[in-house]
Design a protein around this ligand. Structure first.
Ligand code: NCD
Ligand code: ZN
Length: 345
């Protein structure tokens, strides 16, 4: 049994940092684990153009702890009125790698998202031409569709036509949650990949209702059945380079989680690599962790792999039960519970 794992410093290919006091509270956690992260643009108001993305990048850089070389990789938020010329500007900035499609109404701050994929076909055409990557929140918003089936229906109604119509556009189906999605990605062309979160690998949907309703385990896409969790584990331990790490760490204040109309999102960034290590270890696949966390993402994005390393030790620790920022608390995923691995900081 391995008790120490050293691997090339990983990257997080899907991260919510927010802004202001929350950003300052959470950024040091990501910066201590990852070299780079793809920063989600669903602020309020969202980051819909190059100018906003560059200003947001500056605010992030100013908040990075001294001595950290963490690099935020920026994205823009697609709306029904995004223009192809905005894509050209984004690419020319040199700091924007991808554009994010939120189906309107699918999740936190997605109201200004895209209402119909065909409305942005000229934008997708330009992204294909410019080499900007398309990031997908892969859930339909049709209220007729059961919440547990929204990813599967998105694949059929949106992803399949987009892959067909834009054969060289690079696409990431983010935070996949089902066996079907993992199978689909495996069989898709090499231009299509997927990220997987730690929480979808660790928990099934029982975790939302374990002894009472658990708002801190509520995220979107929602946790699925155990057979799907097992399918995701098979995917990451298969060694297939199409799957890579994206935490979807999504901090919300305690007040906005523990309420009658709570926000979706799990805060995992404070212990992301510890959580992923636990998953790989439980499947006796720690040797596969490095490609998932440190190689497959940069290879897909066409970026160099990182040069430094991180080390994880097998050691039982208790996680903090809260982080504080300003006037509120942030309750992390697995607050106050046992961890099996510890990252040396
Ligand atoms: C994310 C958030 O809070 O911004 N929430 C979540 O449950 N994952 C949005 C998202 O990625 O869906
Ligand atoms: Zn997200």
């Amino acid at each position: 049994m391995k008790d120490v794992v050293t691997l090339t410093r990983p990257d997080d290919w899907h991260l919510h940092l927010r802004d202001g006091a929350v950003m300052r509270a959470v950024l040091p956690h990501s910066a201590s684990q990852f070299a780079r992260a793809i920063i989600m643009p669903n602020l309020d108001p969202p980051i819909t153009n190059t100018e906003q993305a560059l200003a947001y990048r500056t605010r992030i850089l100013e908040a990075i702890p001294n001595g950290s070389a963490f690099q935020p990789l920026m994205t823009v938020y697609l709306t029904d009125t995004t223009s192809p010329s905005e894509i050209v500007r984004a690419k020319e900035s040199g700091h924007i790698l991808a554009a994010k499609l939120y189906p309107a109404g699918a999740t936190t701050n997605s109201n200004l998202g895209v209402t119909n994929i065909y409305k942005i076909y000229s934008v997708l055409e330009e992204m294909q031409k410019q080499g900007l990557i398309l990031l997908l929140h892969g859930e339909v918003t049709d209220p007729e569709i059961d919440i547990f089936d929204r990813e599967a229906v998105f694949i059929e109604r949106v992803l399949t036509p987009v892959i067909r119509d834009f054969p060289t556009l690079r696409i990431v189906l983010e935070h996949i949650t089902t066996q079907n999605a993992a199978d689909y990605i495996r069989e898709a062309p090499a231009t299509v990949a997927a990220t997987i979160t730690a929480h979808h690998l660790l928990y099934n949907r029982n975790a939302i209702f374990n002894g009472g309703i658990r708002p801190h385990n509520y995220c979107l896409p929602i946790l699925k059945r155990e057979c799907h969790r097992q399918g995701l584990i098979r995917a990451i331990t298969s060694g297939n380079p199409k799957y890579f790490l994206g935490t979807d760490s999504a901090p919300h204040s305690r007040q906005r989680k523990e309420t009658a109309y709570g926000c979706a999102g799990c805060y995992t960034a404070y212990a992301a690599m510890e959580l992923y290590a636990e998953v790989f270890d439980a499947s006796r696949a720690l040797h596969q962790l490095e490609s998932f966390a440190s190689f497959n993402g940069p290879d897909f994005y066409g970026l160099p792999r990182n040069t430094g390393t991180i080390t994880l030790y097998r050691k039982y620790t208790l996680s903090p039960d809260r982080f504080s920022f300003g006037i509120d608390d942030l309750i992390p995923f697995r607050a106050g519970e046992k961890f099996e691995w510890q990252l040396v900081k």
